[in-house]
Design a binder for this molecule. Structure first.
Ligand SMILES: *[C@@H]1O[C@H](CO)[C@@H](O)[C@H](O)[C@H]1NC(C)=O
Ligand SMILES: *[C@@H]1O[C@H](CO)[C@@H](O)[C@H](O)[C@H]1NC(C)=O
Ligand SMILES: *[C@@H]1O[C@H](CO)[C@@H](O)[C@H](O)[C@H]1NC(C)=O
Ligand SMILES: *[C@@H]1O[C@H](CO)[C@@H](O)[C@H](O)[C@H]1NC(C)=O
Ligand SMILES: *[C@@H]1O[C@H](CO)[C@@H](O)[C@H](O)[C@H]1NC(C)=O
Ligand SMILES: *[C@@H]1O[C@H](CO)[C@@H](O)[C@H](O)[C@H]1NC(C)=O
Ligand SMILES: *[C@@H]1O[C@H](CO)[C@@H](O)[C@H](O)[C@H]1NC(C)=O
Length: 382
């Protein structure tokens, strides 16, 4: 009784102040590009770590791997990882994520194609629940420019008949996030798009829930002045219990991280903008190189205060943690601390999860392509 009381107090008073991830291990794998943790159903049932790799040659097929039950390795000594090949037949796989329940089985969706829009892209589904994992289907034959496309599931899981694609909007390219947002006319289906090749941050929505016919889509520019936008996520950045946008913009010389307050009516109100960090730069001078990559807040669970933010450097070759300087709602300043320096290489899509090692820790998986390693770091509540 007394013990659990003390534990509860400790959990509530934990904080993320000044926490910097510490190195705990590494996974050797050729050319890792993105990682994703895919939870097993049920509370505390563990995770698969999914890893996409890319050689950089668009005509060469690359490998997608899984490390089953990564938590078992983390609870032991974080060595001797067993990598299982999920697919070796996708050209340039990049972002990947678990999409369980959609098909009744644990399924991984893998986006593929070169970052440059001239290259055709696709989406593949890998079913993990069959005896051996295999690609169920390639669900589209590609989209060749910045467009948001709806791939209609017509009930076929058949490689030779790609899903029907419908263009929803022109412009969106690298990343977007969907949501239901409040307006003076009620809740609406919407998404925020990070536009890279048509640089800007925009919002798209429909007046009738679920009706994403292209003729019904409304859009609004939020900010077209910050350069190529790399990523956007929705998060309560300043801890005032209101959702904000956490946004990164790519640059070879001065990449930036921003927060935008989502107004009461997302269609008409003002998105107040705050600069969280700037000065990120590519470690090598090549066309198309830039920094930073994606920013992801660590939802603090039991700890008090603002969420720390894990930032991928992309072509800066680094990974960073951003810690709020104060818990004041109107103070948007952060310290920026690099915790990994992979030299002139690329640090790709990072993922992390709590409870992999212990209830008050986050394990962070950082793919460093040129080092042929996924580095593993841990952030402990203090
Ligand atoms: C820890 O790693 C070493 C190899 O580096 C291995 O021999 C040993 O069995 C591992 N221990 C556990 C508990 O996994
Ligand atoms: C590494 O893992 C493999 C397969 O799980 C096992 O056979 C081998 O004994 C392990 N090696 C060490 C050094 O732990
Ligand atoms: C799920 O996987 C099982 C094999 O484990 C298979 O029999 C079943 O058809 C799969 N379901 C779907 C919807 O693909
Ligand atoms: C896939 O679709 C093609 C063409 O519609 C058809 O000939 C083939 O039998 C289908 N394969 C399966 C496994 O359903
Ligand atoms: C979208 O709406 C237009 C105009 O109402 C209609 O002609 C078109 O068939 C619709 N498209 C789809 C995919 O439903
Ligand atoms: C959505 O509703 C607004 C009025 O609330 C209207 O101005 C707009 O034209 C509508 N959009 C479409 C695509 O019908
Ligand atoms: C980088 O960009 C930010 C945001 O626009 C700006 O405040 C800052 O002065 C710039 N830094 C340099 C060195 O140009």
């Amino acid at each position: 009784m007394i013990e659990s009381f003390v534990l509860a107090i400790a959990a509530l008073s934990g904080c993320w102040c000044d926490t910097v991830p510490t190195f705990v291990g590494e996974i050797e794998v050729r050319n890792p590009a993105y990682v994703s943790l895919y939870a097993y159903p049920g509370y505390n049932s563990g995770y698969d770590l999914l890893i996409s790799t890319s050689s950089g040659n668009p005509f060469e097929k690359d490998v997608v791997y899984r490390v089953s039950h990564i938590e078992e390795y983390m609870k032991n000594n974080a060595t001797n990882f067993t990598l299982e090949v999920l697919s070796d037949s996708i050209y340039w796989p990049n972002q990947l994520s678990g999409v369980s329940k959609v098909f009744g089985n644990r399924t991984v969706a893998v986006a593929s194609g070169n970052f440059a829009p001239k290259n055709r892209g696709g989406v593949s589904l890998i079913n993990l629940d069959k005896g051996a994992p295999y690609i169920t289907d390639v669900i589209t034959d590609g989209y060749a420019k910045g467009q948001l496309v709806w791939l209609e599931n017509q009930g076929n899981l058949n490689q030779s008949t790609p899903w029907k694609s419908h263009v929803i909007a022109e412009g969106p390219d690298v990343n977007f996030v969907s949501s239901r947002l409040q307006s003076t006319d009620g809740w609406m289906d919407a998404f925020f798009a990070a536009q890279y090749f048509n640089p800007g941050l925009r919002v798209f929505w429909v007046n009738e829930s679920g009706d994403w016919n292209e003729t019904k889509v409304n859009s609004r520019d939020i900010d077209m002045t910050i350069g190529p936008v790399f990523d956007v996520v929705i998060s309560d950045v300043n801890g005032d219990f209101e959702s904000d946008l956490l946004v990164t913009a790519h640059s070879a010389t001065n990449g930036t991280v921003w927060a935008y307050e989502i107004p009461d009516d997302f269609r008409t109100g003002e998105y107040k903008r705050h600069l969280l960090a700037s000065g990120f730069m590519s470690s090598s001078v090549h066309q198309g190189k830039g920094a930073p990559g994606s920013a992801r807040p660590i939802s603090h669970g039991t700890a008090s205060g603002k969420d720390p933010i894990i930032l991928s450097g992309d072509d800066s070759g680094q990974a960073y943690v951003l810690n709020a300087r104060s818990n004041a709602k109107d103070d948007w300043s952060y310290t920026v601390t690099p915790f990994l320096d992979a030299g002139t290489g690329n640090v790709g899509g990072i993922d992390f999860a709590g409870g992999v090692y212990s209830y008050n820790s986050y394990d962070i998986f950082v793919p460093a392509k040129n080092k042929n390693k996924v580095y593993i770091y841990r952030l402990m509540e203090n």
